[in-house]
Design a protein around this ligand. Structure first.
Ligand SMILES: [Zn+2]
Length: 85
């Protein structure tokens, strides 16, 4: 199961341009004022950009209308990495 998760992270990360001097498993990226506490990182599909409905905290996986299936935390991480770029 852990191996599948790592492969999923690598697959999603490969869709986005690399951030100079960092990687998805490496250093912390300072988002500064590019994101506020209300940014809906878990609600926005990292594949198509559509903002879905608010999800209860126990919803750990979801499928967007575009067909992309997401792990909640990985999807949020990809959205935040996109802001850091
Ligand atoms: Zn989508």
């Amino acid at each position: 199961m852990e191996l599948e998760r790592s492969q999923d992270v690598a697959r999603k990360a490969s869709k986005f341009p690399r951030i100079p001097g960092s990687n998805i498993t490496g250093e912390v990226v300072d988002l500064g004022d590019r994101v506020d506490q209300w940014y809906a990182s878990t609600q926005i599909c990292s594949s198509c950009g559509e903002r879905g409905q608010k999800k209860a905290i126990d919803v750990r996986e979801w499928t967007c209308a575009c067909g992309a299936h997401h792990d909640r935390d990985i999807n949020a991480s990809v959205n935040l990495l996109r802001l850091a770029n």
